[in-house]
Design a protein around this ligand. Structure first.
Ligand code: SF4
Ligand code: SF4
Length: 84
């Protein structure tokens, strides 16, 4: 599922992947599945002592949703954003 910002209909879009770190258990499945290599594991620990996944600074997310589909904890959102 790709989330769309209201008012963005019909405009060229880019995609942004977001990790809901409070739900992430650090299994790394999303990192392994991403065909663009857009995700990595953070060096920061969550309150649960987990290193969560996070988007790389230069992430080029295509909105393919593979990471969303593979995440066992519904910890990923993919957003359409207005293209710069
Ligand atoms: S939506 Fe696709 S390209 Fe974007 S981070 Fe997830 S697996 Fe990678
Ligand atoms: S697949 Fe989900 S739970 Fe596993 S590291 Fe990625 S975001 Fe976290």
């Amino acid at each position: 599922m790709v989330l769309r910002l209201k008012g963005n209909e019909g405009k060229p879009v880019a995609y942004q992947v977001r990790i809901l770190t409070e739900y992430c258990k650090g299994c790394e499945l999303c990192v392994a599945v991403c065909p663009k290599g857009a995700l990595e594991m953070s060096d920061e620990l969550t309150d649960l002592g987990v290193r969560p996944a996070c988007p790389k600074a230069d992430a080029e997310c295509t909105g393919c949703t593979l990471c969303y589909q593979v995440c066992p904890d519904a910890a990923i959102e993919i957003w359409e954003t207005a293209e710069a």
